[in-house]
Design a protein around this ligand. Structure first.
Ligand code: NAD
Length: 344
């Protein structure tokens, strides 16, 4: 049996990546679509084998309660709307898979974790990269000692955000700028690769003066994190530089390079040692299908997802600390206990 999903939000990610992913997934099926644009909802429903009865609006969302074939919802809305729809889904007893970042603020992310816990439904942060075999290979190499002792990590995630008035440039809907949108990949992938939490960080932000895109949210952020064992990670993200997504890990015996590191396809993993360069090529499977199927397996087998809501909340706290450091010009010491507010 497959887990049935309602997808909320029919924007670019849903139309281009997620709707096709359900067709690939083995444990998951698309059962309903939810949008404020009825025509778009109907078109999407019909294109993927559903009927008019499977197309809901934001106002009729609660009617999904009477659909036992819909066990989960996938929230794919602007960041600051994730909380409202998570709480509404939890109230009608549906499990929640929520796009990254988990929310527009630490407070909202915490409320989402609490709402799902209290309602007895699962909450998973949609960190697709943590479900791809190549990222797991990279993690095995880092944690298995293939690079010797890890010293430095550099990661960059940049893209040019057009000035078309979309929600990503509006603080109220996005919660922040390039950090919440693309810098988050550097942050959570480094935590995933190392399997530890940073103990301190330092950051600065920059926005081109007079650029109308960056009146409400920041253009670029650079930050440095220190991890246990003396690992230093330096990350940069921007909405003003041409598409680049890289991650490099430097160890005493070699260097691991992911380039591109966070794209949907054609990820590249290389390990450089003084003796050789080794390319790690693995069969590519749709990243979104792997992620959705993982959540379905957790629902079917009654276990916690690898990236639960708490994981998204932890990143949200760290991004908050990054903004705080940039604002004050001071380093922030982190009492690195995941799931607590100890470092705030
Ligand atoms: P988008 O702008 O293409 O789509 C957003 C959808 O939300 C649209 O259907 C729009 O109609 C709807 N919406 C509802 N209320 C809205 C409002 N008040 N303002 C604007 N739109 C509103 O965005 P997207 O790229 O699909 O991103 C949606 C979510 O998915 C975001 O949280 C984003 O961070 C995340 N995302 C994740 C990945 C990934 O690789 N995991 C990639 C892209 C986007």
């Amino acid at each position: 049996r497959q887990v049935g999903y309602a997808v909320i939000g029919l924007g670019e990610l849903t139309l281009e990546e997620l709707l096709p992913a359900w067709a690939v997934g083995k444990r998951s099926r698309l059962a309903a679509v939810v949008s404020d644009d009825h025509d778009k909802a109907l078109r999407a429903a019909r294109a993927y084998g559903l009927t008019e009865a499977d197309a809901y609006s934001y106002d009729t969302f609660e009617e999904l309660q009477s659909r036992p074939d819909v066990q989960a919802v996938y929230i794919v809305l602007p960041n600051s709307l994730h909380r409202e729809y998570t709480e509404r889904a939890a109230r009608i007893g549906k499990h929640v898979l929520c796009e990254k970042p988990l929310a527009g603020s630490v407070e909202d992310a915490g409320a989402m974790v609490a709402a799902c816990r209290d309602a007895g439904v699962k909450l998973m942060t949609a960190y697709r990269c943590q479900y791809t075999p190549l990222h797991w290979r990279a993690r095995d190499l880092v944690q298995g000692g293939d690079l010797g002792s890890v010293k430095l990590i550099h990661s960059v995630n940049v893209q040019v955000e057009p000035a078309d008035g979309q929600w990503r440039l509006k603080r109220e809907l996005a919660g922040g700028g390039s950090l919440l949108d693309v810098g988050l990949y550097c942050l959570n992938t480094i935590r995933f690769l190392l399997g530890t939490e940073p103990t301190s960080l330092w950051a600065q932000t920059h926005s081109t003066p007079g650029d109308p895109r960056f009146g409400e949210v920041e253009e670029s952020v650079t930050w440095v994190m220190t991890f246990p064992g003396g690992v230093t990670a330096q990350c940069s993200c921007s909405y003003g530089a041409a598409h680049t997504r890289t991650l490099d890990v430097y160890g005493s015996e070699g260097r691991l390079q992911l380039d591109p590191a966070f794209d949907y396809t054609n990820l590249n993993l290389r390990v450089h040692t003084p003796e050789a360069i080794t390319e790690h090529r693995l069969k590519e499977t749709d990243q979104f299908a792997l992620e959705i199927d993982h959540f379905s397996a957790c629902i079917q087998e009654g276990r916690e997802p690898f990236t639960p809501g708490e994981e998204g909340l932890q990143d949200q706290r760290l991004m908050d600390a990054i903004y705080r450091s940039a604002r004050t010009g001071q380093p922030v010491t982190l009492d690195a206990v995941p799931g607590t507010d100890a470092f705030r």
